[in-house]
Design a protein around this ligand. Structure first.
Ligand SMILES: NCc1[nH]cc(CCC(=O)O)c1CC(=O)O
Length: 308
């Protein structure tokens, strides 16, 4: 293992670079002498900035190019936000490890209002996530939802320029970039149920690369893995990516796994919610049960309309 260099495929947004550098630092801490190298790439999701994600379509918008890099042998691992990782992988690649979770909540950020509850009914709210949009619209049917794309700094600059009364974005991204102080209020799961995998970092690599797996093992976080396994199982059954109004969030209390799921119409007029709990070794079954509950309520109608 002497002189080994691990080449890490990453996007170039400040958050992606932070996450890749975090993984590099953790690996070097565990394996003194190990070298790492960032292989910086541009994904389709980075290029298409003028359209809402829901319109761009296609799964794996932020990961495909990184995956091709590993298949081509120009990178050994890819560091992803779990939220952006589709449930299926290209042949030869898989998810090797999930790291401990940062704050999974959605953040309410405003220069004018101190909480979601204080917003005027016709507030202008920035978000490009249908999941956030449908939950906001349920409570504020008159609210104007405005597109908000770009990296964290771009999004905050748009808010500061006065384009919105408030914006909603992932707390994890703000905290990782040292901008946690910009979070006006963390939204509770009742106010905005997070996306599957939100706040968790995952590492993908070639299935047959035994040496790399030896290194990655030290990064594994069991609690986060169980939670994200349940959340991904729900999305898999609903056939949902990050461009559909689906939320799934699991928490561990004692020796039980508690999960909530949600499917909504983008305009917030229909929202289906489900919750259940299980033992920790039944994570996948729990996620599937939540999905089945949502489907039995009629969630498939909403999803079918979106996929058309
Ligand atoms: N879809 C983009 C994306 N992917 C991961 C994060 C934030 C970090 C995380 O959830 O780990 C974001 C930005 C956002 O949702 O505001």
């Amino acid at each position: 293992m002497a002189n080994k260099t691990i080449r890490i495929a990453t996007r170039q947004s400040p958050l992606a670079l932070w996450q890749a550098e975090h993984v590099a630092a953790r690996l070097q801490q565990a394996f003194p002498g190990l070298k790492t190298e960032l292989v910086k790439m541009v994904t389709r999701g980075d290029k298409i900035l003028d359209a809402p994600l829901a319109k761009v379509g296609g799964k794996g918008l932020f990961v495909k190019e990184l995956e091709q890099g590993m298949l081509d042998g120009v990178a050994d691992i890819a560091v992803h936000s779990m939220k952006d990782v589709p449930v299926e992988f290209p042949e030869g690649l898989h998810l090797a490890v999930i790291l401990d979770r940062e704050d999974p909540t959605d953040a309410f950020v405003s220069n004018r209002y101190s909480s979601l509850a204080e917003l005027p009914s016709d507030a202008r709210i920035g978000t490009s996530s249908l999941r956030r949009q449908c939950q906001i619209k349920e409570k504020f049917p008159q609210a104007e939802i405005l597109s908000l794309r770009g990296n964290v700094n771009t999004r905050l600059a748009k808010l500061d320029a006065g384009e919105y009364d408030a914006i909603i974005l992932a707390s994890a991204g703000l905290k990782r970039l040292g901008m946690g102080a910009r979070i006006t209020a963390s939204l509770s799961p009742e106010e905005s149920l997070p996306a599957m995998g939100q706040g968790a970092i995952g590492i993908e690599c070639r299935i047959n690369d035994a040496e790399i797996h030896e290194y990655l093992k030290v990064l594994h976080d069991e609690t986060t893995t169980i939670r994200v396994r349940a959340e991904r199982a729900m999305n898999e059954r609903l056939n949902g990516g990050c461009q559909v109004p689906i939320a799934g969030f699991a928490e561990i209390h004692g020796d039980r796994l508690f999960m909530r799921g949600l499917v909504g119409s983008p305009d917030g007029s229909v929202l289906y919610r489900a919750k259940a709990d299980s033992s920790l070794d039944q994570a996948e079954q729990l996620g599937q049960a939540i999905a089945d509950d949502l489907l039995a309520q009629g969630a498939d109608k909403v999803l079918r309309e979106l996929y058309q």
